[in-house]
Design a protein around this ligand. Structure first.
Ligand code: DGT
Ligand code: CA
Ligand code: CA
Length: 574
């Protein structure tokens, strides 16, 4: 531990010295970097080396001269290095954090500090979200993009991956394993099966008679970067995507028990196990065992829950939030399913910041079996998104009317993603809005308002009675931006009063999230699960919105875009 700490400090000193404009600094920088590497690679604790041989022993290490040895001695004795403290005062920035982002060196970090006051990754993210970096001299849209990418890589490697990044990888692994013909059954378990918004690692379970061959294949898949562990029944690999993937090969008799156990969550499992114990059973990843140690429910999850007197609990609900009590009372609801979705109520095209034409979007929606699609372009205040004004919307809507005539039963709803301005007023006139089928309102600016102010702003917009859906109600973007301050219950009250649906946005936002949905669903409000598609491939994100809705226990009748078109239009008219 101590070696790593000292190495990190020396490395940071090197970064800070690298921007001092003195002729000697290049040598110093190199010396500190080298020393950091040497210490990081030591097998023995540096403290032990010092204890045995003092300063001389330190100086015998490769790359460590008198002054750096002195720093190490100082750190061992006092827990501090004065030179480091002084540099930190001069540059009060999280250099280690910032420079761990690919493509962001110490020089850039200092420039960003001097020009924009950016001290750490959080500041950096804020500046990116507000597009402040691209406006700096020597920077541009491209550097902003590359820093953004660097951040997402950094966060990926730091651990958790967004569900919409993780699940496709897990499915690709599953497909390649299944294609081998070696496997009879396979389940992707863990947080991925629960559709948690971020995933720490992938957990795959399989039934096979050929464990060894499965493991040979698994560890040699193209998405594997290194093998962590390899055995006939259990292996683990680090994936190139930055997360690990475990696989277990099981006997059919215990497969269900393993699926139940490794789906989690841990807290859910603990509650279920308590019930098993109360019945005199034993439940673990190998099975559900009675008093005579007979496995009475290992084959599938359904039989485990049934033998325990519980209704089957969908994976997305297994978070120890009251679902076990509900299962005892046989009151688990039928949650909304992807097949219930009849259309998407928040989408963009080339007319503003989307990448496909309306015709292409419609064709893609029809291919998914959708019955309708709301086209909701941005409004004028969002000029970076080429937002349109009342006049432009009039022309645009006429175009959609024409298109609808040709489409037959499929319907494009005329809509808008309407900016809620800073004072809660709307970015288009009421006459324009009244001509629309689907007004989706959203906050895109002045995100750092006080809670009361933000709440008032949104409530005021809903109280105009001109809004159908409140899009991404908290403004958060997973791994990029925190939610803004807002009293969601007050917003839900206003939504109930005005018949406004709250969005579950299926993009990287996943907003509302599961806990927010659980919080506001006690109000009589509908929800809309939207992909906020900016191109045709974005429609594929719907399942993450549905997964999030299921984690918030939503049933079909609470979700507006499960309605058939006639009913939907009636609801929207009201
Ligand atoms: P993650 O990977 O952090 O996104 O979350 P999970 O839920 O996939 O957690 P993971 O991969 O550590 O373990 C998979 C499941 O295995 C977990 O949801 C529940 C079960 N499990 C793991 N460790 C324990 C444990 O100590 N006790 C119990 N009851 N279950 C455990
Ligand atoms: Ca996991
Ligand atoms: Ca795991």
């Amino acid at each position: 531990m101590e070696n790593k700490e000292i190495a990190a400090i020396l490395d940071e000193i090197a970064s800070m010295l690298s921007i001092e404009e003195r002729p000697t600094s290049m040598f110093e920088v190199r010396a500190y970097r080298k020393a950091a590497q040497v210490i990081d690679g030591l097998q023995e604790p540096i403290e032990g080396i010092y204890a045995k041989g003092g300063l001389d022993a330190l100086m015998e290490l490769p790359g460590i001269g008198k002054s750096i040895a002195g720093h190490i001695e100082e750190y061992i004795k006092t827990g501090k290095i004065r030179k480091y403290e002084e540099l930190k005062k001069k540059y009060p920035i999280d250099m280690a954090g910032l420079t761990s982002i690919t493509g962001l060196g110490a020089k850039t970090a200092i420039t960003l500090y001097k020009k924009l006051g950016i001290k750490d990754i959080d500041d950096l993210k804020k500046a990116l979200a507000e597009h402040r970096i691209s406006k700096l001299e020597g920077f541009g849209e491209r550097s902003e993009e590359s820093i953004k990418k660097g951040i997402s890589i950094y966060e990926g490697s730091k651990g958790r991956l967004l569900i919409s990044d993780a699940l496709p990888i897990a499915e690709e692994i599953a497909t390649q394993l299944m294609d081998s013909g070696l496997i009879e059954k396979l389940v992707i378990a863990g947080s991925t099966r629960r559709m948690k918004e971020t995933v720490g690692d992938l957990d795959i379970l399989a039934i096979s008679k050929k464990g060894k061959e499965v493991m040979d294949l698994f560890t040699s898949l193209k998405m594997v970067s290194s093998v962590v562990q390899k055995g006939p029944t259990k292996s683990a690999v680090l994936l190139k995507a930055g997360l690990t993937c475990d696989i277990r090969v099981l006997e059919p008799e215990s497969f269900g028990a393993a699926v139940q156990y490794f789906t989690g969550s841990r807290d859910h499992n603990i509650q279920v196990r308590t019930i098993a114990v109360r019945k005199g059973y034993k439940l673990n990843e190998y099975g559900l065992f009675d008093k005579n140690d007979r496995n009475i429910g290992g084959i599938d999850e359904e039989s485990i829950y049934a033998k325990l007197g519980l209704q089957y609990i969908p994976p997305e609900m297994r978070e120890a939030r009251g679902e076990v009590a509900l299962a005892i009372a046989k009151k688990i609801p039928r949650l909304v399913e992807i097949g219930d979705i009849n259309g998407d109520l928040h989408t963009h095209t080339k007319a503003t910041d989307g990448q496909n034409s309306i015709e292409e979007m419609v064709a893609a929606a029809q291919k998914l079996g959708y019955k309708y699609l709301a086209n909701t372009e941005h409004t004028k205040s969002l000029y970076i998104a080429k937002g349109m004004d009342d006049k432009q919307f009039a022309v645009h809507m006429a175009k959609i009317d024409k298109l609808n005539e040709k489409l037959g039963k499929f319907k494009i709803l005329k809509g808008v993603e309407l900016d809620i301005l800073k004072d809660g007023s709307l970015d288009l006139g009421a006459p324009t809005l009244k001509k629309m089928d689907c007004v989706v309102a959203a906050v895109h600016s002045s995100l750092s308002m006080k809670k009361e102010e933000m709440t008032k702003r949104v409530v005021k917009a809903l109280d105009t009675g001109l809004v159908h859906i409140l899009a991404h109600p908290t403004g958060r973007i997973v791994g990029e931006r925190e939610a803004y301050e807002i009293d969601l219950e007050k917003v839900a009250e206003a939504a109930e009063r005005n018949g406004v649906a709250l969005e579950v946005n299926a993009q990287r936002r996943l907003d509302l999230n599961d806990t927010n949905i659980l919080l506001v669903s006690k109000y009589k409000v509908m929800f809309a699960i939207d992909t906020d598609a900016h191109n045709t491939t974005h429609f594929q994100l719907m399942r993450y919105g549905v997964g999030t809705a299921r984690r918030g226990w939503l049933t079909k009748d609470r979700v507006m875009n499960t309605l058939p078109i006639e009913k939907l239009l009636k609801v929207l008219k009201k």
